[in-house]
Design a protein around this ligand. Structure first.
Ligand code: SAT
Ligand code: MN
Length: 599
């Protein structure tokens, strides 16, 4: 290692003061982590080819069948490093109350000291990669830039797909001067030496000891949600865990919908929905803008405009099939990185629910597949792929102005009580519906699966500040000039007494979205109840769908007693945040409790 190799270089080649802060930070990080080499990523094909070749040589990647999956790779993670680690994820604000009961908190000085001790010398023998990236279209005023420093070439390759990474992002940073700092090392991949630290007041992230997506691709959950939610509050916009899709009706009119569901609840499937045959024949189309994150801000006309800050999909592989999500399957046929899926004997990727008639030979750990020892693919195995490869990718996704949002949808996995769909009476009621969201936990985070927990706006693991303040921020958008979207709640996961799902879901969810657009346009009918406006079965187009009496009753019904218990629990939940909880939200909860009592 030469002394020169350690010296950070200014890629722009000038002593530009706006990059001085970046150069200084890279130098400080290099002094702490002591890498052998520093590489500034330009995002070029040549750079990517060289990284892939290096990872094939050292076993980080395996080449998949070139005939069936050209330029696609399999990565097997450390078996203890397969999901986000919420218990090791901290929001480090000066005042603990600013992080709120919804986050694990540590004082900034203590957090820096703890995590810097792990970073000390951790890149010896490794290359330090500097990844300038832009979240959102390069030329969009809604976009924000960051720089991730990492010692993982796998992270570089994934960030190249998931963000606008390289020279263009660096040029924007040079112009703007500001960027989010993200320091990452895979460390020893030891779960006892793993910390994901956020310093929203410093626009800084430090992540150590994990190579898994949500912990390591810092542009995603760490920047685009935890840090961005904090920035958004200060700057008057919203950073949300939402997909964005466009629905084009036979008249050629497109309405955009943003929808929040917890991780692994079908956001990618909904974002890439294929209309049922009757709708297709009539000329309906669905356009994918994003499948995970949505940044929105009011435009000059008072409507909310949204961009997808990401450039790719980091989707859950298991369950993805030609039936459940043909668009996703088409997207991942080439130039895709698979993580922790199984393999067929001829090196094709395989997962439970793929249903293509093939059989796995090797499991996600690289052992011969043995059904006694668990699934072939890890339940949280993933694909990383450019959004541009998706057949339904919306051309509007690259529009710097974003797309106008007509409806916001909240949803979760609720096997009982919650009907298929209902509509909020107004914005405040909608914010309460989002704040009260509950869902069963999934494999996207470590911990028990299938446990019911409150996950407001699907942001429980991702809001970078106190939820009470966050709800207040949401309420603040209801100004006199605002033309806000309507808010809805959906539940695709309602179960019957025998435990089976009552609603077919997938493409048929368009029937529910069509009703929502009808409501937005003032055309569709609904029944008023204490929990909001509900359609009857007759208000939806259910042509070709055969619902049992039980399904019809549970999907479109309103169960007063169950909702009374639910609203008592929502009241307790809001009270848990103490005096910071906005009074308007508490009043709304009380209004509904009173309406439920009236009978
Ligand atoms: O791993 S991620 O956090 O990026 C995916 C998810 O859990 O939504
Ligand atoms: Mn997500």
């Amino acid at each position: 290692m030469s002394a020169d190799a350690r010296k950070p270089v200014n890629q722009a080649g000038t002593a530009n003061s706006k990059l001085a802060a970046l150069n200084t930070w890279v130098a400080e990080v290099a002094a702490l982590t002591r890498p052998d080499t520093i590489h500034w990523c330009d995002g070029s094909d040549a750079e990517n080819d060289a990284l892939i070749a290096q990872m094939l040589a050292d076993g980080t990647l395996l080449k998949l069948n070139e005939k069936t999956h050209p330029d696609s790779w399999l990565h097997r993670s450390h078996p203890d490093d397969v999901a986000r680690v919420e218990h090791l994820t901290f929001v480090c604000t000066t005042a603990q109350d600013d992080a709120g009961p919804n986050n694990h908190w540590m004082a900034p000085a203590e957090a820096h000291a703890k995590v810097d001790a792990l970073f000390d010398g951790c890149m010896a023998g490794r290359t330090l990669y500097v990844i300038p990236y832009c979240m959102g279209p390069i030329d969009s005023p809604l976009s924000r830039c960051g720089v991730e420093i990492t010692d993982s070439p796998y992270v570089v390759a994934n960030m190249r797909i998931m963000t606008r990474m390289g020279a263009a992002a660096l040029a924007r940073i040079e112009k703007e001067g500001s960027f989010v700092r993200g320091l990452h090392s895979i460390g020893e991949l030891d779960p006892d030496r793993r910390l994901i630290m956020h310093f929203p007041e410093e626009l800084t992230i430090k992540s150590y000891g994990s190579g898994y997506g949500g912990n390591a691709l810092l542009g995603k959950k760490c920047h685009a949600l935890r840090i961005a939610s904090h920035q958004a509050r200060n700057e008057g916009w919203l950073a949300e865990h939402m997909l964005i899709l466009g629905i084009e009706n036979p008249q050629g009119e497109t309405h955009y919908i943003a929808a929040a569901f917890p991780s692994a609840c079908g956001k990618t499937n909904l974002a890439m929905l294929i209309p049922p045959e009757g709708y297709r024949n009539a000329g309906w189309k669905v356009w994918t803008v994003g499948d995970d994150i949505c940044w929105m801000r009011p435009g000059a006309d008072g409507r909310l405009y949204a961009i997808n800050p990401e450039a790719g999909f980091f989707g859950v592989a298991p369950g993805t099939s030609a039936k459940s999500n043909p668009n996703a399957l088409a997207t991942i046929q080439h130039d895709t990185i698979f993580t922790n899926v199984g393999l067929t004997a001829d090196d094709q990727p395989w997962w439970e629910g793929l249903g293509n008639g093939q059989q796995p030979a090797t499991d996600w750990r690289g052992n011969p597949y043995d059904p006694e020892k668990g699934p072939a693919a890890h339940p949280n195995s993933r694909f990383t792929v450019s959004a541009k490869q998706c057949p339904s990718y919306s051309p509007m996704a690259e529009d710097p102005q974003g797309v106008p949002i007509s409806a916001i949808v909240f949803g979760g996995r609720r096997p009982s009580l919650v009907p298929l769909v209902f509509e909020a009476r107004d914005w405040t009621h909608g914010v309460l519906i989002g704040a009260a969201m509950g869902s069963e936990t999934t494999a996207a985070a470590t911990g028990a699966v299938g446990v019911m927990r409150r996950d407001p706006m699907a942001m429980k693991p991702f809001c970078g500040y106190n939820f009470a303040d966050y709800f207040g921020h949401w309420l603040s958008f209801d100004t006199s000039g605002a033309k806000l979207p309507k808010i809805f709640h959906v539940n695709w996961f309602r179960k019957g007494d025998d435990g089976s799902f009552l609603w077919p879901g997938f493409g048929d969810n368009l029937r529910v979205l069509e009703w929502m657009i009808g409501r937005v346009k003032g055309e569709a009918h609904a029944v008023e109840t204490p929990i909001g406006h509900l359609p009857t079965g007759a208000d939806l187009n259910l042509d070709g769908i055969d619902l049992s009496d039980e399904a019809e009753a549970k999907l479109f019904g309103f169960e007063r007693e169950g909702w009374q218990a639910e609203f008592a629990s929502i009241g307790d939940y809001l009270d848990g945040y103490g005096p910071r909880m906005p009074q308007a939200l508490k009043d709304e909860q009380r209004r509904i409790v009173a309406a439920l009592e009236k009978g």
